[in-house]
Ligand binder design. Structure first.
Ligand code: ADP
Ligand code: MG
Length: 286
């Protein structure tokens, strides 16, 4: 290989917002046959908004919002930020908390005025009243409650990036299989997959952050050469496990450190662009 051509390729990449961390990465890119995409912040914008609040009978929706926002004031999760932001814009008074704890990929809890309040996935509650359990709303629904019982439900949605569908179409044109990997529920994950054109059978949902890398390894064991695209702290181990890790540029530092390619533009079209770039660069060398 001519080192000069490799340098040309990588500096042209830099202009397009594709930062390739070394010549070997070009070869790895060409071998990839499977692309695994994180959902939140990768296929979607990560700009999560609160769209609905439901409360058990006798409880005001703003009481649900206040309790949830109190707990979530201790969390950096996009869902937490959406809940806290809505409480602020509605002028809802958010009580102070103590003893905040969080369970990665499930939710958070804290002491609010002498009661331990929990926010997060259904599995964190012993009892969910029927009217809350059967809500069928587009987006991700989390519950808030205390003493084991869910008292309210909050739904957040996160818009798909406008170019995600085209990016996935381009990957398919290249003959690549695309998968969606997320900690979110299957229902919401499949809805997002449908919007962007990912096969529902290629959706891996309800995956805990510490298990994402094992899902990549399972695909590799089937003989697949896997690229992983992600943005979060949650994705770092999966990026490292993959044959080609790609981090979205607006993501976390940990993700960028674990990746082989950093996509400076916060846009999924950078993924096929990075593959085109590797192809062209390797052709120059031959
Ligand atoms: P993703 O893989 O989509 O980035 P995460 O692993 O961060 O998702 O979270 C998975 C799920 O856990 C969320 O969809 C949500 O149901 C729940 N969850 C995690 N953290 C919180 C939180 N702070 N508040 C409420 N729910 C949470
Ligand atoms: Mg993410």
């Amino acid at each position: 290989a001519t080192p000069t051509a490799l340098l040309v390729g990588t500096s042209r990449g830099a202009q397009k917002g594709v930062l390739i961390k070394g010549p070997q990465v070009l070869e790895d890119t060409r071998r990839v046959d499977t692309v695994v995409l994180d959902k939140t912040g990768t296929i979607t914008t990560g700009q999560t908004r609160l769209t609905d609040i439901a409360a058990e009978p006798g409880l005001h929706p703003y009481a649900v919002l206040a309790a949830a926002a109190a707990v979530e004031s201790g969390s950096e999760h996009p869902i937490a930020r959406a809940i806290v932001e809505r409480a602020e814009t509605k002028g809802v008074k958010v009580p102070a908390i103590t003893d905040f704890t969080s369970t990665a990929g499930a939710g958070a809890s804290a002491e609010v005025g002498g009661t331990r309040v929990t926010v997060g996935k259904a599995e964190l509650f012993e009892e969910i009243p029927g009217e809350l359990a059967t809500l069928d709303r587009p987006g991700t629904t989390v519950f808030v409650g205390w003493e084991g019982k869910a008292r309210g439900a909050l739904t957040v949605t996160d818009d798909v990036r406008p170019s995600s569908m085209q990016a996935i179409r381009e990957l398919r044109t290249r003959g690549l299989q695309t998968w969606l990997l997320t900690g979110d529920t299957g229902t919401n994950a499949r809805a997002v997959a449908e919007q962007v054109g990912i096969d529902p059978e290629h959706v891996i949902a309800d995956v805990r952050p510490e298990d994402k890398h094992a899902q990549i390894a399972a695909l590799q064991e089937q003989g697949r050469v896997v690229a992983m695209v992600g943005d979060g702290v949650n994705d770092a181990a999966a990026l490292a496990q993959s044959d080609l890790g790609m981090a979205m540029g607006a993501g976390t530092d940990v993700a960028m450190e674990s990746a082989d390619i950093v996509l400076k533009r916060d846009d999924l079209l950078s993924v096929p662009a990075a593959m085109d770039l590797s192809d062209r660069t390797l052709e120059v060398i031959k």
